[in-house]
Design a protein around this ligand. Structure first.
Ligand SMILES: NC(=O)c1ccc[n+]([C@@H]2O[C@H](COP(=O)([O-])OP(=O)(O)OC[C@H]3O[C@@H](n4cnc5c(N)ncnc54)[C@H](O)[C@@H]3O)[C@@H](O)[C@H]2O)c1
Length: 450
């Protein structure tokens, strides 16, 4: 099948490479010429495990190429829309500028029978408007809404082996025809038994935001429990294990820590709330405001934990008037992790980077490390100091783990003690072994862990 993928960022670049890996003939279209050049050279500007190899193999095989010219998409039967839908500046709602621009640019190149497939996460109601726009110019083209559930860090595997495939299709014969075309694209996954849900546009759009709202709620739930645990000296990790054994609850996404971030969950729950307001049912999703607030509060809790721990060791240099928070001015802090999650260089709405910026703003001498995200972080926050993990740890009075990369989880407390100047470790992801660190002489602070 001839396929175009419009928008070649975290989602689109992976999708294009994986569709080619399935044997389709793929052209990726992006407005950013540097991105297109990098993708054509199999050197993507993003870090995603396996993406570079997949690009190299498919470019070499002649099944994949990238272009800035929409005319290069004209021969495709299926066009995936994978452009960004960021949060509107100063508002909760999604910015649909890129989606509308992509469809406008694509429409003149659609041939009869073409199927446009929306993958971007959009507010409910968008697909219907886009379908009308497409029909106005090309009545024989169709739109399917096919939300994407890939997880950064394992995006290649998730794209090749999705855990479900959802289509929102128009009613009647048009929907049947469009579905048959998309079934051909996903033939391999469908043949292997991947669950498929075929529904209407509104439901398909809602599936995606509902899934993200649920995941965000689960994380904020356990983070709220971690605040309760802190208040009473309980251990939220044991609590999560115990309630997670109930299959109705499940253990995944029950790790208390500095909270969720990235280019999806935060903006998606805000956009969902904003859309509910527009629909006159704002109260229904009022709980997502609390989910967001709990999530953002985790960042304060981590900063408080660092400040509190440092004041225990040195009460002389207070910051501000509240002596209970301790002073951070001039204190040397190693920040381990900047990406919003491990195995990614994505720093969009990253809690880790936000904590680093806050610590710097409070006067701390922050040195930040991350295996992959430093270039992105430096471009956004040149005021921060960046270094290798070893350099960040050397002379640090406090160590704060904020992204649970394997190399940080595996740190040897004795080895870190040999190079750091202090013995304070704040585990913003609750992934270190408190007993091991305490045995090596460290003051350990987690979130909701005694
Ligand atoms: N990243 C994820 O893990 C993920 C997962 C599921 C869904 N999504 C959704 O997918 C969409 C894309 O997310 P992303 O993380 O890939 O964003 P991104 O910012 O990494 O990529 C968007 C790309 O679209 C390009 N673009 C913008 N306008 C364009 C236009 N008019 N024509 C062609 N290209 C254009 C940009 O240059 C950029 O390369 C969003 O709606 C997001 O919510 C993302």
């Amino acid at each position: 099948m001839r396929i175009s993928v419009i928008g070649c960022g975290y989602l689109g670049a992976v999708h294009a490479a994986c569709m080619a890996a399935l044997g389709h003939q793929v052209v990726g279209i992006d407005v950013d010429p540097d991105k297109v050049d990098a993708l054509n050279a199999a050197t993507p500007s993003i870090f995603e495990p396996g993406l570079g190899d997949a690009l190299a193999a498919e470019l070499e095989a002649g099944r994949l190429r990238f272009s800035t010219d929409y005319a290069d998409a004209a021969e495709a039967r299926v066009h995936f829309i994978a452009v960004g839908t960021p949060q509107r500046r100063g508002e909760g709602a999604a910015d649909l500028t890129y989606v509308h621009a992509a469809v406008e640019a694509l429409v003149p190149h659609l041939r009869p029978g073409a199927v446009v497939v929306g993958k971007s996460t959009v507010p409910v109601g968008t697909a219907q408007l886009l379908a009308e726009r497409i029909h106005a110019d090309q009545p024989d083209a169709s739109l399917v809404w096919n939300p994407e559930f890939l997880r950064e860090g394992v995006a290649v595997a998730d794209t090749l082996h999705p855990d479900r495939i959802v289509y929102g299709v128009p009613a009647g014969d048009e929907g049947d025809r469009a579905r048959a075309v998309l079934d051909e694209v996903y033939a391999e996954a469908l043949a292997s038994g991947t669950p498929q849900v075929v529904t209407d546009y509104a439901t398909a759009e809602l599936v995606k935001v509902a899934a993200n709202a649920f995941l965000a709620t689960k994380i904020s739930f356990i983070n709220a429990m971690s605040e309760v645990a802190d208040a009473v000296g309980a251990d939220v990790t044991h609590l999560a294990d115990a309630i997670g054994h109930d299959p109705r609850i499940g253990r995944k996404f029950l790790n208390a820590g500095v909270g969720f971030g990235g280019g999806c969950l935060p903006k998606d729950i805000r956009a969902f709330r904003a859309r509910a307001e527009e629909l006159g049912i704002g109260d229904t999703l009022g709980f997502l405001r609390e989910v967001d607030a709990i999530n953002l509060r985790q960042r304060d809790r981590v900063v408080d934990a660092i400040a509190g721990a440092l004041s225990v060791n040195d009460g002389d240099r207070y910051f501000g008037s509240d002596s209970s928070t301790g002073s951070l001015v001039g204190r040397r802090i190693a920040v381990l992790g900047l990406a919003f999650k491990p195995e990614s260089d994505d720093i969009r709405d990253s809690p880790a980077l936000d904590v680093a910026v806050r610590l710097k703003g409070l006067g701390a001498d922050v040195v930040c490390a991350d295996p992959k995200a430093i270039p992105n972080a430096r471009a956004k926050h040149p005021q921060l100091a960046y270094a290798s993990t070893a350099e960040a740890l050397a002379g640090a009075e406090a160590v704060v783990l904020l992204t649970e990369w394997r190399e940080y989880r595996d740190l040897d407390p004795a080895a870190v003690a040999a190079v750091a100047s202090g013995r304070i470790v704040v585990d913003g992801r609750n992934v270190l072994d408190p007993d091991a660190w305490r045995a090596a002489g460290w003051t350990y602070r987690g979130l909701g862990r005694p």
